[in-house]
Design a protein around this ligand. Structure first.
Ligand code: ATP
Ligand code: MG
Length: 332
C-alpha cells in the first residue's frame, strides 16, 4: 500500500487548439488544487495531437502555448513534473503494448470514437482516432497513477485503462497500478454556449459558443451574454429541459465555488440578463487573472528548461514501469 505522499496524480491535454474554459474547469483546476497532495504529473499529449494530420509549425507553437497556459492556471513546476509526452519515448512502446491488450469491440464502443468518427474526411476514419485510448492507458499506467482528474468525456477511457491494467496483471502477473478517475461534481462537462447539448471542444476552433482562456475579455462577455437560453426566464438547474441555463449555472458554480442550490435561490425573481452579467463577471475575473499570469510564462527558454527537467524526471519512472512490463511479457 502506498501512503498518501506516494500517491500519484496525472492528467494531460491534447495540444489541438487553445485551451477552453471547459478544459480548465473540467481538468486543470482540479489538478492544480490537488497538486501538493500527490506526486503530480501533468503533460502535453502531443502524440495524441497527431492522430489526425497537423501542421508541424503550428503543433510546436501549440505545445508551448499549452505549457504556458498550465503555468498560468497555477501548475507549479517545483511541485509537479511537467513534460511533453513525445519526449518520453516509453509512451510509444507502452502504447503499442496496451493496444495489444484491447479488443476491437472495446474501442468501437468508446463514445468519443463514435462521436468523432461521425465527421470524417474523404479518406475515412483515421486509425489514430480508434487506437488512441490504449495510448492514453499507457500514459496513465507508466507513472503508477492512482488518480486521474479529467472531464466526464474522458471517464470511459480511464475506466478502460483500469480494465486493461487488470487484464494485463491477471495474464502476466502484478505489473500495473489500477488508477481511479476523479470527476469534479460540478463543471465536468461544460457545453457549447450556442449549442448547449454539445460539449465545448478546443478543436472546434473560434466560434461564439466556445470560451477560450486567451479570448479578449470583451469577447468573453459577449459570448456569455448571447448564450442560448430558453423562454422560461427562471434560473433553475434542469439539464434536460433547460440545457443553456443549466450550463451557465454550472459555469458560475464551478468558477466561484458557490453551490447550484444557492445560485438558484439568489436568482429567484431575477431575469436572465442579470444572471448572465454575473456569470460574465465571474468568468472574466477568472480568465483575466489567468491572462495576466500567462504574460510571465511566455519565454520559450523558460518553457524549454521546464520541459527538459520534467522529461528527465518522468523518464526515470516510465523506464522502470516499461521494464517491468517487458519482463512480465517475456520480452526481456
Ligand atoms: P479536443 O477537441 O481536441 O478533443 P478537448 O477540449 O476535448 O479538445 P482534450 O485535450 O480532449 O480537450 O481534454 C483535456 C481535458 O479537458 C480532459 O480531461 C477532458 O475531459 C477535459 N475537457 C475537455 N472538454 C471539456 C468540457 N467541455 N468540460 C469539462 N471538461 C472538459
Ligand atoms: Mg477531447
Amino acid at each position: 500500500m502506498k501512503n498518501n505522499e506516494q500517491k500519484v496524480m496525472l492528467t494531460g491535454v491534447r495540444p489541438s487548439g487553445n485551451l477552453t474554459l471547459g478544459n480548465y474547469l473540467g481538468a486543470i483546476k482540479n489538478f492544480v488544487t490537488r497538486q501538493a497532495q500527490y506526486k503530480s504529473y501533468i503533460f502535453v499529449a502531443d502524440l495524441h495531437a497527431i492522430t489526425s494530420p497537423r501542421d508541424p509549425a503550428e503543433l510546436r507553437i501549440a505545445v508551448n502555448d499549452c505549457i504556458a497556459m498550465y503555468l498560468a492556471c497555477g501548475v507549479d513546476p517545483e511541485q509537479t513534473i511537467v513534460f511533453r509526452q513525445s519526449d518520453v519515448l516509453e509512451h510509444g512502446i507502452m502504447g503499442f503494448i496496451m493496444t495489444f491488450q484491447t479488443h476491437m469491440g472495446e474501442l468501437s464502443r468508446m463514445t468519443q470514437f463514435k462521436l468523432k468518427s461521425q465527421n470524417v474526411g474523404k479518406n475515412g476514419i483515421d486509425t489514430g482516432l480508434f487506437v488512441y485510448p490504449p495510448l492514453m492507458s499507457a500514459d496513465i499506467l507508466l507513472y503508477n497513477t492512482d488518480i486521474v482528474p479529467v472531464g466526464l468525456d474522458q471517464q470511459q477511457h480511464v475506466e478502460l485503462t483500469r480494465d486493461l491494467a487488470q487484464r494485463f496483471n491477471k495474464r502476466y502477473g502484478d505489473t500495473f497500478n489500477e488508477p481511479d478517475v476523479y470527476i469534479a461534481p460540478v463543471g465536468n462537462k461544460i457545453l457549447n454556449l450556442q449549442n448547449p447539448t454539445e460539449k465545448m471542444n478546443k478543436s472546434d476552433g473560434p466560434n461564439p459558443g466556445t470560451i477560450f482562456l486567451m479570448d479578449d475579455l470583451k469577447l468573453v462577455r459577449k459570448k456569455i451574454m448571447s448564450a442560448v437560453t430558453d423562454s422560461e426566464s427562471v434560473v433553475r438547474f434542469d439539464e434536460e429541459a433547460k440545457p443553456g441555463i443549466s450550463n451557465l449555472i454550472s459555469i458560475l458554480a464551478a468558477t466561484t465555488g458557490e453551490s447550484i442550490e444557492s445560485i438558484e435561490k439568489r436568482f429567484v425573481g431575477h431575469g436572465y440578463g442579470e444572471f448572465k452579467r454575473e456569470v460574465a463577471d465571474a468568468v472574466c475575473n477568472l480568465i483575466g487573472n489567468i491572462q495576466t499570469k500567462h504574460q510571465q510564462f511566455k519565454n520559450p527558454d523558460v518553457l524549454d528548461a521546464i520541459l527538459t527537467a520534467g522529461a528527465e524526471r518522468a523518464r526515470i519512472v516510465a523506464a522502470e514501469t516499461l521494464n517491468r512490463a517487458r519482463v512480465a511479457l517475456g520480452l526481456k
